[in-house]
Ligand binder design. Structure first.
Ligand SMILES: Cc1cc2nc3c(=O)[nH]c(=O)nc-3n(C[C@H](O)[C@H](O)[C@H](O)COP(=O)(O)O)c2cc1C
Ligand code: SF4
Ligand code: SF4
Length: 437
């Protein structure tokens, strides 16, 4: 039986599934039930400094986009950090940690970007018995306009400075939560590492406007006719998160830095992908908000079943296994050739593949043969782009089939070269030509 126990930046949890800092982790009532449902850890809803708590809007704070079946694909929010008093949160955290000693309890923190503020809050958090802290350098709305959240996360020098303070003033492991609202995620990750962070977590939410009401022309969610950008999350952001995780996992400067993966994780498979790209734990928010705490049970049993099937005994057996396979475009093998193939028995003759290929790709799929609707790939035109696979409504009806080395590629009239060759040495590449000369 697969063993899901994790030790991440010195923090132990019975499984890698943590709830991300957000409404599901806002209070003891929630966190207690989350632990009962099986979550391995939680990152408590972000704490602010002592004093009057922040004030949230009193109207809608969420916007969304849905798939055709009304399944939630992307969630947008304009919520701030916790609006409960600091002392109430700290007392509850202490009690929860006492009740659940085997679970990871991480305190997310966001205070003004000055040394005194960080120095003041860290002992209070440490006193709760929390296993670690997560520095919220991610929120893109509300707090960033006050010089916190992503306003810090977008300046690597500030990240390094604050992480250094935290490492100086607490013995707890420090996780640095990064904002995706930046051009190159490697710079903030490197800065966090320079500051001495024990790990990074990403992604926080993406700045977004999800929709505009076409009657009153207000962005959604609308507060008395006005909207502001919010933070986007849920299944729609997973590809962005995976890429950012991979960038950090394969960067020479941050290689080996513990990563807690966040962004759109809804199923065990999503989690396994993040782990394969190097993550030691994963964090979930939108999926829990959409389907409830018990969703973790499917994540646990699904991951265990897959690991058993594949012979992975522990997470370490496959953690990071996909990292060496992430490369830059110029190193892709230009001698690899694949062609689309349509399974005629599975095809429902809808014609989508033909339209897509005909209008926007390479005119490589028939529409009619002998006056009958018939969709077939013409190998001498197919460039192997994969568009038809993605628009076909029937799963596995169209598959990409690699041509074996030596086989004739009927599009180019040349046999498939068995040797790996990439753009860096291609004769059409002016840089390669210059190097050869
Ligand atoms: C309503 C809401 C409130 C959030 N509040 C916080 C917060 O206080 N601190 C924080 O670090 N992240 C916060 N987040 C971001 C989540 O922790 C997480 O990074 C993000 O939602 C991506 O994960 P997901 O796609 O699983 O939702 C919030 C997200 C949502 C939806
Ligand atoms: S792989 Fe691309 S070129 Fe080939 S049939 Fe499909 S859409 Fe057309
Ligand atoms: S899109 Fe798929 S199902 Fe539709 S015609 Fe093409 S192969 Fe057949």
């Amino acid at each position: 039986m697969a063993d899901l126990r994790t030790e991440f930046a010195g923090i132990k949890s019975p499984n890698p599934f943590w709830l991300a800092s957000a409404p599901p982790t806002d209070k003891a009532y929630n966190v207690e039930r989350a632990f009962k449902a099986g979550w391995g850890g939680v990152v408590w809803k972000t704490l602010g400094e002592e004093g009057p708590p922040v004030v949230n809007v009193n109207g809608p704070r969420y916007g969304a986009i849905w798939g055709a079946d009304r399944r939630l694909l992307g969630l947008n929010n304009i919520e701030l950090i916790t609006d409960r008093p600091l002392q109430v949160n700290l007392q509850e955290m202490k009690q929860v940690k006492m009740n659940w000693p085997d679970r990871a309890l991480i305190a997310s923190i966001m205070v003004p970007c000055d040394e005194e503020s960080w120095k003041a809050i860290l002992p209070l958090v440490e006193e709760t018995g929390a296993d670690g802290i997560e520095l919220n350098f991610g929120c893109p709305h509300g707090m960033s306009e006050r010089g916190m959240g992503s306003a810090v996360g977008q300046v690597p020098e500030y990240i390094e400075m604050v992480v250094r303070w935290c490492k100086q003033y607490t013995r707890m492991p420090v996780l640095t939560k990064l904002t995706p609202n930046i051009t190159d995620i490697r710079y903030p990750a490197r800065a966090a590492k320079r500051g001495g962070t024990d790990g990074v977590s990403l992604i926080n939410t993406i700045s977004s406007i999800v929709s505009v009401d076409l009657d009153d022309f207000s962005p959604q969610p609308s507060i008395a006719g006005k909207g502001s950008h919010g933070g986007y999350c849920g299944p729609a952001v997973k590809p962005i998160a995976l890429n950012m995780v991979a960038e950090i996992a394969r960067d020479a400067e941050t290689y080996g830095l513990p990563i807690s993966g966040i962004g759109g994780i809804t199923t065990w498979r999503d989690a396994a992908e993040f782990i394969a790209l190097g993550c030691g734990t994963v964090q979930v928010c939108t999926a829990a908000m959409t389907y409830g705490f018990k969703i973790v049970q499917e994540m646990i049993t699904g991951l265990e079943a897959w690991m058993d099937e594949k012979g992975h005994r522990t997470l370490a057996d496959f953690q990071g296994r996909a990292v060496p396979n992430v490369t830059d475009w110029q190193y892709l093998n230009l001698n690899y050739i694949a062609k689309a193939h349509i399974d005629q028995d599975a095809c429902i003759k809808c014609g989508r593949c033909h339209i897509a290929c005909e209008d926007t790709s390479h005119q490589a799929i028939t529409a009619m043969v002998d006056g009958v609707r018939h969709f077939e790939v013409m190998e001498d035109e197919c460039v192997g782009c994969n568009l038809c696979v993605n628009v076909c409504p029937v799963e596995n009806c169209i598959t990409m089939q690699p041509l074996a080395p030596g086989t004739l590629d009927r599009r180019t009239g040349t046999p498939v070269n068995p040797n790996y060759a990439n753009w860096t040495t291609h004769p059409n590449n002016p840089m390669a030509r210059q190097a050869a000369e």
